[in-house]
Design a protein around this ligand. Structure first.
Ligand code: FAD
Length: 538
């Protein structure tokens, strides 16, 4: 779509930033409602996360039969996932299929970055500025800009000295064969690193993994989906997806029937063994009811995983470095890998603990830590994201009265339902901070958010209001609910990207609502039924 500069460009109902799962569903919804829509996407095409994260081994870790849209029964029936956890290329094909199937691409300008968004109180419109310098105006602004779309800066001095290959998992742009026969460093041991490390190890001459925080890594147990299984799922798809909508994490619940110390040591171990085979988010971490609320209970599961690591990894020193000891199991996102710990038995793989020897600097061909110097030809940065607020702050959202969003949130994030922010009228976040996105199958959260926002905008239209804004009191209540909810869990005790601890200077706010997608949906639906108390319409 070619955009023209104002004043000729029409004012649209919805301006939208991002063409991933969120932006595409928002475009679909707008078309369904008959609303005009102008979307902007930095990338040359649709896909969001699945456009950018093309590193070797990239795949979802929520099962594909749940990690996909549910809004169209036809779409559910016609698309067939090949594996339990589809690889990145397949997810990207799926998103492209959805864009074509529902003719959504035409609503977006690609290769277009939104550099600022300003509320014009007199016109009661948002004006976005694009990197071309053009501006566009619209009644509502949707941030579908993603939670994990701004790669974290690498803040170690000396990276600029390094003369070898540097590649980031979130902007991967080389064939794996470029690393063949090379001495490779992977920096980071989060989900992306866990997925790519075994594959890089297979081609590298030597792979050194630089680890700051050891994570709990479970075997993904990925496998092709049989035709019979797919048929069975498709027969029950509508009911399965309805169950996901009302669940805790956006996948069918597996409600634990006991607390960890309700059973004997022997039974607990047997149950962990079975859960370890089952794997997934309902695996070991979901086996007992109190694993995310009681540190002693959690320690039994954590120690079970450490024992597994000691069994798998032959060298005791390496195993000790890999054993997660710095946070309770599940309090940071667990990782799922294929042959992850086994990879450390290869003679060409070693691990360096950055807790014991932090990186000092880099030279043309080495990473220099406080403990030694490691010669490498290539560095893979798997260092994560400036989660949630990174992409939102980069939008430079501002109103004359409230200033910029980053200033309004300088002491921490404050939202209403993770969807709106007081002082920022007609501004909506899809899968935003303090929504259930962080601890859920994100597509479930996205669909619920878009549906709810569309209902709210529709309601405002019906009552003849142009401006939608939550009250400061309603926002305070929501912030308190998110804090009270998280404080009942062990999420509260872990330093992680969940609370911004991975980015220097980021105020510590827990970035999600962890009460469950089902409970959240019920609250949102109830608020809509009651005519949206907490939101002022004008
Ligand atoms: P995104 O997919 O991040 O899309 C946002 C888009 O906005 C991007 O394309 C970006 O380029 C664009 N954008 C941002 N700012 C601007 C701007 N200023 N101007 C123009 N365009 C802009 N979640 C799960 O639930 N299950 C999983 O298994 C899972 N696996 C993941 C694996 C990886 C490697 C990563 C990084 C994330 C994973 N996630 C997973 C989270 C994932 O981000 C969400 O599931 C989902 O893809 C988010 O969709 P979105 O459309 O909201 O955001």
């Amino acid at each position: 779509m070619t955009e023209t500069a104002p004043p000729t460009a029409p004012v649209v109902d919805l301006l939208c930033v991002g063409a991933g799962f969120s932006g595409l569903y928002a475009a679909y919804k707008a078309a369904e409602k008959g609303w005009t829509f102008a979307g902007f996407e930095l990338a040359p095409d649709v896909g969001g996360t699945w456009f950018w994260n093309t590193y070797p081994g990239a795949r979802c870790d929520v099962e594909s039969i749940y990690y996909s849209y549910s809004f169209s029964q036809e779409l559910l029936q016609e698309w067939t996932w090949s594996e339990r956890f589809a690889p990145q290329a397949e997810i990207l094909s799926y998103i492209n299929h959805v864009a074509d199937r529902f003719d959504l691409r035409r609503h977006f300008s690609f290769n277009t970055k939104v550099t600022s968004a300003t509320w014009l109180p007199d016109e009661r419109l948002w004006e976005v500025t694009l990197d071309s310098g053009e501006t566009r105006r619209g009644r509502h602004l949707l941030a579908a800009s993603g939670g994990l779309s701004t790669p974290k800066d690498f803040d170690v001095p000396g990276l600029e000295n390094f003369t070898g290959t540097t590649v980031s998992t979130s902007r991967w742009n080389i064939p794996l064969s470029d690393l063949a026969g090379k001495r490779v460093a992977v920096i980071g041991t989060g989900s992306s690193a866990v997925q790519c490390i075994p594959l890089i190890a297979e081609v590298a001459e030597h792979l050194t993994v630089f680890q700051r925080t050891p994570n709990y890594v479970f075997p993904a147990r990925n496998a092709p989906l049989s035709a019979d299984y797919v048929d069975e799922i498709k027969r029950n798809y509508a009911a399965i997806r309805e169950e996901c909508r009302h669940s805790l994490g956006g996948i069918p619940d597996r409600i634990p029937d006991a607390a960890a110390f309700d059973v004997s040591d022997e039974e607990r171990r047997e149950r962990y063994e079975r859960a370890y085979v089952r794997s997934g988010f309902n695996g070991v971490g979901g086996e007992f009811s109190d694993l995310l609320t009681d540190e002693r209970a959690n320690e039994t599961a954590a120690e079970f995983v450490r024992e597994k690591i000691r069994q798998i990894v032959h060298d005791p020193k390496t195993a000790a470095v890999l054993e997660p000891r710095f946070h309770p199991l599940g309090a940071k996102r667990s990782c799922f890998g294929t042959d992850y710990y086994e990879t450390f038995n290869r003679p060409n793989v070693s691990v360096v603990s950055l807790r014991d020897e932090p990186i000092d600097t880099m030279t043309g061909d080495s990473i220099v830590t406080e403990g030694g110097s490691y010669e490498v030809d290539a560095i893979v940065l798997a260092i994560g994201f400036d989660a949630f607020t990174g992409p939102l702050f980069a939008l430079n959202v501002s109103t004359p009265e409230a200033g910029r969003l980053q200033d309004a949130w300088s002491d921490g994030v404050r939202t209403y339902l993770g969807v709106m922010a007081a002082g920022f009228p007609n501004f909506f976040m899809i899968g935003g901070p303090q929504s259930p996105a962080l601890a859920s199958n994100v597509v479930v959260t996205i669909e619920q958010a878009v549906d709810w926002i569309a209902d709210l905008i529709g309601h405002a239209k019906v009552v003849g209001a142009d401006v939608i804004e939550p009250t400061a009191e309603a926002q305070d209540d929501w912030v308190k609910i998110t804090e009270d909810t998280v404080n009942q869990t062990l999420y509260a005790v872990a330093d992680s990207w969940y609370r911004g601890s991975n980015v220097a200077g980021k105020p510590a706010t827990f970035l999600g609502y962890v009460g469950g997608v089902g409970k959240y949906r019920r609250m949102c639906t109830e608020l809509a039924k009651r005519g949206y108390p907490g939101i002022e319409l004008d």
